[in-house]
Write a protein that binds this ligand. Structure first.
Ligand SMILES: [Zn+2]
Length: 201
């Protein structure tokens, strides 16, 4: 129900040059950085199906999506990873709110190599979500619990209140909606099948 992300953004050479010129500064007002952020937003909306990288709920269920730095970029934290592809994803406003991820330092042990950082939470790209989380699917509730005694899952569930009644219900509503949409897609699939059979003759 919370999907591991597999496709980080891939910068063009021009975008890499732009980032270097901006001094790796996320707050840069240069036009090419503005354009890059537009591309990042579009990429994540497609890759994540407009679902939050932490709670798996649609952005518009809890607010619009925002670009998130998984290792926070703030002063004294990890600005060196401001544009690192594996450090960027989209998050819902609730997960990014001041009571949740906003000022939270997600890093337990830092490393110069981003993929070697030890995180306190389940990482959207680097962690196998099925190992850390267990879901139970019901019509009215989709519950989440810690799998394999995972400390990261325990911390993510606490930080993002993933086991709250509100979110447990929201997951069920979203799942039911998706199952309905899939049902409506069946005629389209049949149409495609008929087309492919006809084209063989
Ligand atoms: Zn969220």
């Amino acid at each position: 129900m919370i999907r591991q992300l597999t496709t980080p953004y891939n910068y063009t050479q021009q975008e890499k040059t732009c980032i270097n010129t901006a001094g790796n500064n996320w707050g840069s007002k240069s036009n090419c950085i503005k354009a890059l952020k537009t591309s990042l937003n579009a990429h994540f909306d497609t890759e994540q199906n407009e679902k939050c990288c932490y709670c798996g709920l649609l952005y518009d269920r809890t607010g619009r999506g925002e670009i998130e730095h998984i290792a926070p970029k703030g002063a004294g934290l990890y600005p060196q990873f401001s544009y690192t592809p594996n450090n960027l994803a989209k998050v819902c406003q609730l997960c990014n709110s001041s009571s949740m991820k906003h000022d939270y330092d997600s890093v337990r042990t830092i490393n110069q190599n981003y993929d070697q950082i030890d995180f306190k939470i389940v990482h959207p790209y680097l962690d196998n979500h099925n190992y850390h989380y267990r879901f139970r699917y019901g019509l009215l509730n989709v519950t989440i619990s810690v799998n394999n005694d995972s400390d990261k899952a325990r911390e993510s569930i606490r930080l993002f209140e993933l086991a709250s009644e509100k979110r447990t219900r929201a997951r069920a509503v979203q799942r039911n909606q998706e199952r309905l949409e899939n049902l409506y897609n069946i005629p389209t699939a049949i149409k495609e099948r008929i087309k492919s059979v006809i084209s063989r003759n």
